[in-house]
Design a protein around this ligand. Structure first.
Ligand SMILES: Cc1cc2nc3c(=O)[nH]c(=O)nc-3n(C[C@H](O)[C@H](O)[C@H](O)COP(=O)(O)OP(=O)(O)OC[C@H]3O[C@@H](n4cnc5c(N)ncnc54)[C@H](O)[C@@H]3O)c2cc1C
Ligand code: SF4
Length: 554
């Protein structure tokens, strides 16, 4: 059978809807600096900026307070944030020098760690690769970290707007002037209902995009301003569960191998979140080869493995969620992360180091560097691209880009499969990233053909409802209670055959896509904004505020 080429079935981003050369409405809210996305990046940036103003005022400056805004699409802070997470506290320490590590909203320090290679029934303990050492770091729930950062930001006078997704950039010439938010209260035909609220325009001298992975406005801005990168960005999908457990997990565990096919890149984690909870998840690179690979199903299989099962038995699944991770590393960083009136920080710009699975402190640190740049630019009354380019210099000179340079080819080495990649990655570690020299070129995930022939090979998973769950039950555990009648926000491409419908059904962890006969059915309200199909299938666009998951523990 002919393989599926995802790109052939994908639509372009609707730039005419995402970049609006329109005057802001007369009632527009006016901000000095607006962060789009209240994740660690946007909130750390907002806090840093507010602290810089306070410090300048305390030092005798007559500068007035700045209007700092943070927009968030989730109904309340933290509900759309998901991570492992083991967090490097470096950026938090820098942002809050007055606090101790014990003041931060971590769950526990990492005291021991193990790495295993799994086969279907067995496991082999491996030496922990240097890039995966986590001693000195802390396990945490990103939702809790985000809620805590939100409280710190509000105490400093930052304006936080949860439930307000930015739908488009407002521009004049080449300059970004702010954003327009989504309307709410539309029906499926986009007609206003009784609860209709029109979009709000928010202007800002500087807009900082901190939308997280596969940010829609960031993609649109880069396409519009033609900002490329040496390699295209690539992504992985992570599916995560939080369990209440009967006995404490005594270490951080990572696994490689089963249940992934040898052609796929990825692995699993188990992190203790205090004595009674465990975070567990599986990450798979979206350049996988088999059209029927299903990350949710693979995670359900993983839980039945003899290494994992005993930790969960007798416990309870508390929460489920999924999200993509930008995995391209150093060579996928945009050639510039600044423009007229605009900065890009955190995952939306790709600041993630995949070999160590770390992004939280890079997201915070880039948000903080964006804030320092914005502070100086406002003082100089110059928000041009030339002035905001300071941010690129600060990031390039920081530990962020140094770290990412050292591991620049490690993920890319796995593009030909796990075995060849493992050997090459070992040599890269030994040589501090110098082997093999140069850049390993990469193609976009959507340009990787998917083999359909393998589709019949796997026996279907029959969830038992306790240890293993269906996608429908999983979405329930994400807290998703999106209104059933909101307009469709997923832009399905053309020529979607029955095989492509099956491919989307496997790809989406939340059961949004179903093959019904030979047709694709789209259950859009199930969507939990992981963005996987934005990478390989129907494009994701911002929808009514408060839609999507309601994570508490992710
Ligand atoms: C499965 C998984 C495991 C991971 N494990 C780890 C780990 O153990 N350690 C680690 O350091 N890192 C880890 N990471 C990476 C880390 O979570 C990210 O790098 C980090 O969260 C990025 O922060 P951010 O602020 O850029 O984006 P996010 O945390 O994604 O926040 C972006 C925010 O923007 C909001 N938003 C998006 N679009 C809009 C819009 N249009 N309008 C308004 N709001 C919008 C989103 O709702 C979200 O709240 C992991 C990631 C995943 C997915
Ligand atoms: S439809 Fe939503 S939940 Fe499903 S893959 Fe796409 S973004 Fe993720």
């Amino acid at each position: 059978m002919t393989p599926i080429l995802p790109r052939r079935h994908q639509r372009q981003l609707p730039l005419d809807q995402l970049i609006l050369a329109q005057e802001p409405s007369a009632e527009a809210l006016e901000m000095d600096v607006l962060f789009v996305g209240a994740g660690p990046s946007g909130l750390a940036g907002a806090i840093q900026l507010a602290k810089l103003v306070k410090a300048a005022q305390a030092a005798g400056s007559s500068m007035p307070d700045l209007n700092i805004g943070v927009l968030e699409k989730a109904g309340s802070l933290g509900e759309h944030n998901l991570s492992g997470a083991v967090i490097n506290p470096r950026a938090l320490r820098e942002l809050f020098p007055e606090l101790k590590d014990t003041d931060f909203p971590f769950r526990q320090p990492v005291s021991a760690e193990s790495v295993y290679y799994l086969t279907e029934g067995g496991s082999l303990k491996l030496p922990t690769p240097p890039t995966m050492h986590n001693r000195g770091y802390y396990t945490a729930s990103l939702c809790e970290v985000v809620r805590w950062l939100g409280e710190q930001a509000e105490a400093l006078g930052v304006n936080i707007f949860p439930g307000f997704p930015a739908e488009a950039l407002l521009v004049a010439g080449q300059t970004v002037k702010g954003v327009r938010t989504t309307p709410s209260g539309l029906d499926r035909e986009r007609q206003p209902t009784g609860s209709y609220q029109e979009p709000t325009d928010i202007t800002a001298k500087i807009t900082v995009l901190t939308e997280g992975t596969r940010g829609t406005l960031g993609q649109a801005w880069r396409e519009w301003r033609n900002v490329g990168s040496e390699n295209p960005q690539i992504f992985a999908l992570g599916v995560k569960e939080v369990w209440q457990v009967k006995r404490p997990l005594d270490r951080v565990i990572h696994t490689l191998g089963w249940p992934l096919p040898s052609t796929a890149f990825g692995g699993s984690w188990m992190y203790p979140l205090g004595p009674e909870m465990v975070s567990l998840g599986l990450v798979v690179g979206l350049d996988y080869r088999e059209a029927n690979l299903d990350v949710h199903v693979l995670l359900q299989r993983l839980k039945q493995h003899p290494l994992v099962r005993p930790h969960l038995e007798g416990g309870e699944l508390l929460e489920w969620g999924a999200k993509t991770i930008p995995e391209g590393g150093f060579y996928a960083l945009p050639e510039r992360r600044s423009g007229d009136g605009l900065l890009l920080a955190g995952d939306t710009a790709g600041f993630v180091d995949v070999p160590s699975l770390k992004g939280v402190h890079y997201a915070m640190q880039t948000g903080m560097l964006a804030a320092r740049t914005a502070f100086d630019a406002l003082q100089a009354d110059d928000v041009s691209a030339a002035s905001l380019a300071t941010y690129d210099r600060l990031v390039n000179e920081s530990y962020i880009v140094q770290d990412m340079y050292k591991t620049r080819n490690m993920r890319l080495a796995f593009k030909h499969g796990f075995v060849a990649g493992g050997a090459r990655a070992g040599l890269m570690t030994l040589t501090g990233g110098r082997f093999p020299g140069g850049r390993i070129p990469m193609h976009e995930d959507a340009d990787q053909p998917r083999s359909v022939a393998a589709t019949a090979a796997l026996a279907p998973l029959v969830p038992d409802g306790t240890l293993t769950v269906s996608k429908v039950d999983a979405v329930f555990k994400s807290g998703n209670a999106t209104r059933d009648t909101i307009p469709q926000h997923l832009l399905v491409g053309t020529d979607v055959s029955a095989e492509v419908a099956d491919f989307y059904a496997h790809l989406c962890p939340a059961g949004v896509y179903e093959r019904v006969g030979d047709e694709l059915r789209v259950n859009a309200p199930n969507c939990i904004d992981c963005k996987a199909t934005d990478v390989l299938g129907p494009r994701w666009t911002p929808r009514e505020g408060g839609s999507g998951p309601k994570y508490r523990l992710m």
